[in-house]
Write a protein that binds this ligand. Structure first.
Ligand code: HEC
Ligand code: HEC
Length: 389
């Protein structure tokens, strides 16, 4: 929702309240929205992210989630926490192409940044069934293939008992869930972590300051890069637009009737000439088994992208410059090895990845613009830092 609509709603609600009209619920919704915005720290120029009704945020849940996020007791062998793969200074990525789980399993995918993740329409690099953060979080906690935190069926009681045995956590769980039976459960852990993740909002980059009227927040080169990014030659904005630079977007006012769940093949691979991706990860196809879904991934949020290398779902592109060259070529050519093939010729590649001739100066400008999305306040905000230190 735009700031204007937001103000209009509040204003309308005030009039209704003053007239003692029957639309009382509308007043309630607006007050609730205001309190959620404050709780999550949503900047004025952002909408409220989608929050499922079953998990309203509270200070206590966010606090519990913050501690759990950094606590290695949440892995079965106590060697890893969420923060092992989601490091604040790296906008909650980990600098690795593909991370290792707590027992040494190598994951097939690159750790995603969590800044503004709450605004995505679906979660993970490619899953059209994860529509709430809560759906996704069971995976790192519970998965046994590959193991991440390793809280498998065999280990779950042991892990929960750790929190029940700790007086500080007993208090925090009771405060976060005053109505529930006392004690830790996987659901309570997931709801608290989701609430904390919803507070990870990045909205004070130089680009934001520019949007808010500070013309000097971007250099001339960055402004040119922004124009190129949003122009028909580079075409980036068709898939990376809006507050999150991703057309996979949902906020609290998104209309379910028109909500979309977009996924694209951006020509990273063409292993067999018919558009296949490497066997171990073919994107949406792995869930749907529809051949035309090979290589479909969600356009990633580009905020803080300058600190989240390496890039793409498998971390197979090292630098932003190489990402730009990939798009300029209209797909990637893998020259050697078992995945060789020319992504530009893939029959499954999106028609929006067409390739274009760009000068070095133009590529420099788009790269400089992407650097303006780095939000130093976000990646150093003590509210998101390790609370045990
Ligand atoms: C071993 C590394 C690892 C650990 C530990 C881990 N993650 Fe992740 N995280 C990933 C990877 C890899 C992905 C992408 C998964 C995919 O696409 O299937 C991801 C994706 C996510 C997403 C989705 C983001 C988006 O934009 O859709 C969220 C949210 C998330 N992780 C939060 C957490 C939380 C909270 C924890 C702790 C309970 C956690 N992660 C533990 C590696 C990890
Ligand atoms: C057809 C839609 C589409 C277009 C057009 C597009 N992208 Fe993407 N972008 C994606 C998808 C999908 C991914 C994830 C692909 C994957 O991981 O396999 C992605 C990933 C990226 C990433 C990696 C993000 C990360 O954290 O790893 C960057 C950077 C990026 N795009 C920048 C751009 C730029 C710059 C342009 C314009 C030159 C552009 N994109 C055009 C869909 C698109």
């Amino acid at each position: 929702m735009s700031i204007k609509t937001y103000c209009a709603l509040i204003f309308g609600a005030l009039i209704l309240a003053a007239c003692g009209g029957e639309s009382y619920t509308e007043v309630e919704i607006t007050e609730q929205e205001r309190s959620y915005r404050q709780l999550l720290g949503v900047p004025d120029h952002f909408s409220l992210p989608h929050i499922p009704e079953f998990n309203p945020p509270t200070i206590e849940k966010i606090d519990l989630g913050h501690f759990l996020f950094y606590d290695k007791q949440l892995s079965a062998n106590q060697t890893q926490s969420c923060a092992s793969c989601h490091v604040q200074e790296l906008a909650f990525t980990d600098g690795q192409a593909r991370p290792f789980g707590s027992t040494g399993d190598r994951l097939t995918r690159n750790s995603q940044g969590l800044g503004n993740a709450a605004y995505h329409a679906t979660f993970t690099w490619s899953n059209d069934g994860f529509l709430n953060l809560e759906d996704q979080l069971a995976v790192p906690i519970r998965s046994d293939n590959p193991v991440e935190l390793g809280v498998t069926e065999a280990k779950v009681d042991e892990v929960l008992a750790r929190f029940d045995a700790d007086p500080v956590y007993r208090k925090k769980f009771a405060a976060a869930y005053p109505e529930a039976e006392s004690g830790a459960t996987v659901t309570k852990i997931i709801y608290a972590l989701a609430s904390f993740c919803r507070t990870l909002i990045s909205g004070s980059s130089p680009y934001d300051n520019y949007l808010l009227g500070d013309d000097s927040a971007l250099t001339d080169q960055q402004k040119w890069g922004l124009q190129l990014f949003n122009g028909e030659k580079f075409e980036c904005f068709h898939c990376h637009s809006g507050l999150n630079f991703s057309v996979s977007y949902r906020d609290n006012n998104s209309d379910p009737a028109t909500q979309t769940f977009p996924f694209f093949n951006n020509g990273l691979y063409n292993v067999d000439g018919t558009g296949s991706y490497p066997q171990e990860d073919q994107g949406l196809y792995d869930l749907t088994q529809k051949l035309q879904h090979r290589g479909l991934f969600r356009p990633q949020c580009l905020r803080n992208v300058a600190v989240t290398a390496p890039y793409m779902h498998d971390g197979s592109i090292d630098t932003l410059r190489e990402v730009l060259e990939h798009y300029a070529r209209g797909g990637r050519k893998v020259e050697t090895g078992i995945y060789q093939g020319d992504g530009r010729l893939s029959p499954l590649k999106s028609g929006l990845v067409r390739g274009f001739a760009a000068t070095d100066d133009e590529l420099d400008a788009v790269e400089a613009f992407l650097e303006s999305l780095t939000d130093d306040a976000f990646i150093s905000d003590p509210a998101f830092a390790n609370p045990f230190e």
